[in-house]
Design a protein around this ligand. Sequence first.
Ligand code: RIB
Ligand code: CA
Length: 313
Amino acid sequence: MSPQKIIIDTDPGQDDAVAILLALASPEELEVLAITTVAGNVPLDLTSKNARIICELAGRTDIPVHAGCDAPIARKLITAEHVHGKTGLDGPTLPDPVMPLSDGHSVDVLIDTLRAHDAGTVTLCTLGPLTNVAVALDRAPDIAGRIKQIVMMGGAYFEVGNITPTAEFNIYVDPEAAKIVFASGVPIVVLPLDVTHKALVTAERNDAFRALGTPAGIAVAEMTDFFERFDKEKYGSNGAPLHDPCVIAWLLEPDLFSGREINVEIETGSELTLGMTVADWWRVTDRKANALFIKDVDADGFFTLLTERLSRY
Ligand code: RIB
Ligand code: CA
C-alpha cells in the first residue's frame, strides 16, 4: 500500500517534536509533503526554527518547512513557555538549524498542496492551534472537499481543560479557528486530553528512549525530562503526556485507539468556558456527529511503536 500523504501543521513544542520524529521515521506508511508552522506553544519565529531543528535531527532537510500565522484569527496570542520553556524545545542542547524556511506562507501551501493532489488523498495532522487550517478553509472553501481527513490533537471532555478549567490549549488559543474547522464538514479525528493523558512517559519508558543511545533517542529523553515538570506538578501524573505523537500513532496503528463518532462544538461566546470542546459523548442532543472523538489508547502498544520507530534513527 502506498504511504499516506500528510501535512503536519505544528507549534513545536517538545511533544510536537516527538510527533514529527515519529512521522519521519515511518516513510513506508507516511509521506510528509510539508511541515507548516503556526504560533502556539511559543511565537511563530521559534516554532518555525524548532521545526527545522527537528528535521535536521531526523536527517530530513528535504522536508519543506513553511511559516504560517503568527497570531490567532481574532485574539491576542497566548503561548505556553511555562510548559515548554523559553525556546519551546527546552531540555536538550540542539544546534540552530542550517536549513532555510521554504518559500510560501503555510496557508498558501495548504491550499496549493490540497489543490495539486487528488481530492481525498491528503491528511492534515494538526498539532497546534487551528489558525492556519481555518484561514485556508475561509480563503479557499473548495479545499474542504479535498481534505481526506483532519487528525488533530486538541480538546478535552472527561479530562477537562489544561489551560483553563474547561479548555485544552490548542483549542483555547484560537477558538474561532476551531469553530470554523469543526463546522467545515471535513472528516475529523480528535485526540483530546482524554486519551493523551493516558500516554504518559513514565521513567521506565523514558529510560528506553535514552537507552537508544542515538542523538534522536537522547534528545527525546531530555525533552521529556524538561516537558514532564508541568504535568507532574499539576496532575501528580507519573510522567509527561505525549499529546501530539498520538496523532501520528493513530495514523500508523489506529487499532491502538478507541473512541466514538459524536458531535463536538466549540465555545466561543462565554469568557468563562471559552475554547471548551462541548463533546456530546452520551449523544443527548440531536446535533450531527462531526468527529471521531478518541478516548482510550493501549499505552504499552503506543510506546512500543514509538520506541521502535525512534530506534530507526
Ligand atoms: O494541550 C496540549 C497541546 O498544546 C499540545 O499540542 C502541545 O504541544 C500544545 O500545543
Ligand atoms: Ca503542539
